[in-house]
Design a protein around this ligand. Sequence first.
Ligand SMILES: Cc1cc2nc3c(=O)[nH]c(=O)nc-3n(C[C@H](O)[C@H](O)[C@H](O)COP(=O)(O)O)c2cc1C
Length: 367
Amino acid sequence: MASKLFSPLALRDLKLPNRIVVSPMGQYSANDGCVSEWHLMHLGTLSVSGAGLLIIEASAVNPSARLSPHDCGLWSDANAAALEPAVQFCRKFGGAKLGLQLWHAGRKGSVTVAWEGQKPIPVDKGGWAPAGASAIPYPGRNTPIALDAEGIRSAIADHVDAAKRADALGIDLLEVHGAHGYLIHNFLSPTTNKRTDEYGGSLENRMRFGLEVFKAVRDVWPERKPLGIRLSTTDWVDGGWEVEDSIAFVHKLKALGCDYVTASSGGSVPEQRLNVYPGYQVPNGERIRQETGMCTMAVGLITEPRQAEDILSSGKADLVALGRGMLYNPRWPWHAAVELGEEFYYPKQYERSHPTMRAGDFLKPAR
Ligand SMILES: Cc1cc2nc3c(=O)[nH]c(=O)nc-3n(C[C@H](O)[C@H](O)[C@H](O)COP(=O)(O)O)c2cc1C
């Protein structure tokens, strides 16, 4: 029987050839938001990996929306121009459709890159005061500025401008980053949102900013192109954002034309108690899928083809995203296809690497 993993999925007018997604992964290799040569290799490799969708890393919507000084951005035409060669390469040679994640890092911003330990960079040493829902710092980091009405308006406008740039670049799908303790999540979570205005307090109020961002982006993102969101489905702390809140939020997002939700988790506060095991975020995504009817993307320690296939064929998710597994083995989809007995796309330059081509008869077509 044909596998679910290698079955196509349509999101609006975008036809994904299979259900394997390369999860967005920041490379900390950009300067002033402009991607570097590293990205040509990184994105190029992943675009020929056989995944149906490659989501380009979290791209900051303004300079102070970055986590580190070396994050990718899409706030300027220079940022878009820097990304264009990699996008062109992926379009010309890749089999994957191209997504991009729009991002505001919120209160976590102004830290060194991952391999330098994400240490806070003070304002007088080239850092910045990050923006947050409330002026409560992520422990050990710079104190954020609580966005006022004008700050909220301009953060929304920045998402809109970046979405327009992504469209002009030819990006097929956009994902709003609403997870991992970044700005939208700062507003959603009672652990980080202590506001007393219409953006704080009740669940309704805490959801307002995220919904306004989503709606504004949906309004400018072409009707034919899908728009999704990544959520931390739970904060993993008592008194934090819970999966029931995520379900309420997803109902609202659905009404605004959201096409899928990626079910991630955590990131709001360091006290979180994560219980990590293979597919540990799948159950929350499954609940969201069942209770809202939303198309969902599972992510988090999905590493085995049969595990991915089980998640999809048992109706726990519609798509599976792999992060670290794809860095470790960028040909994961090729191997999964062999394991599941599927015919599969290879760039023609690499066709002879297929296991059926190793017997020595190099002139025989692979399949
Ligand atoms: C190097 C690296 C960079 C990441 N950057 C992002 C990012 O830009 N946006 C995001 O939503 N998640 C990011 N993540 C999280 C991954 O997308 C993914 O959700 C997480 O690694 C769990 O999936 P995995 O077990 O398949 O790696 C990153 C993870 C890694 C390892």
